[in-house]
Design a protein around this ligand. Structure first.
Ligand code: HXC
Length: 259
């Protein structure tokens, strides 16, 4: 793992949604190792509690509460609790996601709306609440997008529409909030080991081998590959970067490297 000390987030406050598992949990750990105070929210009270305990066990200042990102009152209350507890917010990560494979002709309107609401409305709620309690100038907002936000995928019309919306929301917020010194970006992760998505996409050794061969870098990414991108986006080194959808995808979208 890269040195946690290469970035200094001492005393900084980070609000993170969907940060109780997978990629976002690792981002929370790495931000905490860099000295940030972490406020985590997700739907499951048990997962929120476990993540807080894990972060505290590693020496971090951490708190959080259960939140359904689709609920504006939930999100607003959580952001206020974060800022009241740890001080004005320096970094925001909107990472909650919902996904299942389903054809557009087969899924119900409510199934489509569920993913739009979790991914897109949830990101809007987190961003809208946090902009009123964040440090200006200097705050950095990140949304977790996906390759589906740019490329159409089979049986992913709901996710593709939601993540394309997230990408555009990021750009619009960057445009509006840049004048206040607030940067807004997205990370689009490729196939990342240790995530629910990869367990579904490459469930066997053969499927994994074929998937890796198709990548320019011939390997799946690690959760730290994404955490490194998030650390950089929140650093002064990325001080002139806003409105960007940063693809950390191992060359996924460059083309099929197995042909
Ligand atoms: C068709 C489905 C469905 C499925 C649910 N629905 N699963 N339709 N195929 N497999 C429909 C339901 O029938 C219902 O519609 C509507 O969706 C809402 O379902 P609920 O279960 O009531 O919703 P909810 O409890 O809010 O759960 C949301 C969820 C669930 C998205 C359905 O899977 C979830 O909570 N997921 C969170 C974790 C997650 O998905 N993580 C994946 C992120 S990974 P009706 O009409 O019956 O009312 C990622 C990268 C993936 O994003 C990479 C590629 C695979």
């Amino acid at each position: 793992m890269p040195a946690a000390t290469s970035y200094d987030m001492s005393g900084m406050t980070c609000f993170m949604s969907g940060a109780t598992s997978g990629i976002n949990e690792q981002i929370a750990r790495r931000f905490a190792q860099a000295g940030a105070k972490i406020f985590v929210v997700s739907r499951s009270p048990e997962k929120v509690e476990a993540t807080i305990e894990m972060l505290r066990g590693e020496g971090a200042e951490a708190d959080g509460c259960p939140v359904d990102a689709r609920s504006w009152p939930d999100v607003e209350a959580a952001v206020n609790k974060c800022a009241d507890t740890f001080g004005e917010i320096d970094m925001v990560l909107a990472g909650q996601a919902g996904n299942f494979p389903a054809g557009a002709a087969q899924m119900s309107a409510n199934a489509f709306k569920t993913v739009i609401d979790i991914d897109l409305l949830g990101t809007f709620n987190v961003f809208r609440a946090a902009i009123h309690r964040c440090k200006r100038p200097g705050a950095s907002f990140i949304a977790i997008s996906a390759p589906q936000g740019k490329d159409p995928w089979l049986y992913q019309s709901h996710v593709c529409a939601a993540k394309a919306g997230v990408n555009m929301l990021v750009k619009c917020c960057a445009l509006e909030w840049g004048i206040e010194g607030v940067r807004v970006n997205a990370i689009s992760p490729g196939p990342i080991d240790g995530t629910e998505g990869m367990a579904r996409l490459a469930p066997t050794d053969q499927a994994r081998h074929e998937a890796e061969q198709a990548l320019a870098l011939k390997r799946f990414g690690s959760r730290d590959d994404i955490a490194e991108a998030a650390l950089w986006l929140c650093s002064e080194g990325a001080g002139y970067v806003t409105g960007t959808i940063l693809e950390v995808e191992g060359g996924t979208t460059v083309g099929d490297a197995s042909k």
